[in-house]
Ligand binder design. Sequence first.
Ligand code: ARG
Ligand code: GLU
Length: 675
Amino acid sequence: MKRSLLIVALLFATTFSAVADKGMWLPSLISSRIKDMKSKGFKLSAEDIYSINKASLKDAVVLFDGGCTGEIVSNRGLLLTNHHCGYDAIQALSSVEHDYLTDGFWAMSNDEELYCPGLKVHILVRMEDVTARLAAGETKADIIAKAESEGVGFHATVESMYYGNEAYLFIYREFQDVRLVGTPPSAIGKFGSDNDNWIWPRHTGDFSVFRIYANANNEPAEYSADNRPYTPARHFKISTKGVKEGDFTMIYGFPGNTQEYITSDAVAYVAKVSDPAKIDLRTQRLNIIGAAQATSPQIRLQYAAKHANIANAWKKWQGEVLGINRLGTFEKKLDYERRFREENPDKAYILDSLEAAYGVNIEHYFNYELYNETLRGIELQQPVKLLLNAKLDDESRQAAAELFYKDFNKEVDRELAHVLLDAFIKYSTLPAKELRALVERHGGVETYVDWLYDNSRFTSLDGFTLSGWEEDPLVEFVGLVQNEVESNVRGYAYRNLSNIPDIERWYRPYVKALMEWDKQRAFFPDANLTLRVAYGKVAGYEYADGEYHLPQTTIEGIMEKDNPEIYDYNIPQRLRDVYAAKDYGRWGITMNGKVTVPVCFIATNHTTGGNSGSPVLNGRGELIGINFDRTWLSTMSDIEFDETLCRNIICDIRYVLFVIDKVGGASWLFEEMSL
Ligand code: ARG
Ligand code: GLU
């Protein structure tokens, strides 16, 4: 009897872990997942994913520009990532005469590729568990210094996993000569923009193309005309066969930030305090910016990237709060904690300590977030901060100021300052005595801000001077913000509330105790912008009662949304012509008896911000698409991943190739790809 019960329990445990597509796994430990991956359709081995002895898929994945992912698709360093990841570089290369954002850009040979100053990519050399080395007394700095001396262009970091229970060393090659090869116009790369953002069905061609250059020894080097295309240890083969519902998919990339193990207190903070406050503040900012954009084409351009950035998290947080409430995440966590206490009475003190640590720190962290969302958004401070920054020389101050004023509008910023300073004064619990007194002396926020914007010389580039600015009224304001606010919140500038050292020191024993107690749970370290593998399958989902969303979109949907009157849906004429002539070439497929072009698909891969641009692979490790977003119902997956609902959104590689070929006319790139 006992024996059979045990068998039932084991069976339950295996089916349970075989079902869950949740988790972001460290590639060096992927062998523990291989059995489950194979049962779902993966055809390769753990060594194919990550190896330090031979070339493996990891050699073809890059950290792009410090916050996105990219993938190498040729033995000449050709790189794919998202359009929104390349956006800054593309904007920086653009001018009124060469507006690559609006018109797109295609190099027709290596000579025409454009160097992107400041753009870096990192390729992982290897990762290593250094928990024992740290315990034995080596410092992080020692470990990093030793690792960086191993090779040319090596860059190393030590990252903690499971709230410091483990630590890993990551050694990268850092490449500084990266060039733009091509980008579709924004009307394709950003099709649907903020309106369609976080939404499925989707029709965005969110990709751009770059190339990594290296010196004559194939090593990372500063830009030089003598550099040549980098020969990677490995590049991705591309599969143009397409996918269907149920097919295995995996994603290999750099997810930035999840909070899988936080307690009910932290969930309550996110859903009831932090997100609602930030959403409200951003709604006001977006209203101000949006109204100004509607009045002037110049302001629309100046504030396009700012608006998109503010709107991205603003929209995500709204979905996150809805998702947390719908799933009952708070109640589930409470229940889990109750069970933990009951079954581990000797460890209940850990939860008590966590609770107490939140009690002490939540207010400080809120003040930090509030500062970020209010005072930090008053852009007029930037020029004075440049002048006060002792690390800069005058030449770089002047250059930075010119860049700043190019996208600055005095009246927009004045209106923002009214709202943002007011919110800070009302909601911050920091004393900030002199700042508050200054505002009072001028009769309140409204009159103070107007006086400041009317009397500071810094509201335009003409007023910006490298000397004789010390008496400007803005200097007093910036000084008080720095001394009374920034200096106080700096100590709370951690990834999440739960990473504040005072709180994290209790998560360390808590997560350790969970691992010993909850044997059925598949533990993975929270995302922290280190390389991870997630896997699952292509799948639609029930969006609402009776409303099933299919996993694939096509060019038909683009044409339905096409609207020359609406900026975000005004596709290039070239695409209309190709559609009218059904000139799809090898990229046409037959779906439901009709010839069409696939555009995007969705899958159950567990992803987050930072996974943008990540390669999405089939069971043979071939590239089938580029990740770029999540669906509306999955925006809360950083806190609770529910595989019945959570889907990542992928740009189908066949649409990428179609656009390169039929819109860009850059099919010369296909010769170096493994199609
Ligand atoms: N939601 C995606 C991500 O989190 C795409 C963002 C880019 N698009 C935008 N409208 N801001 O990054
Ligand atoms: N768009 C996100 C990024 O830039 C990825 C989507 C997500 O957050 O899942 O990293």
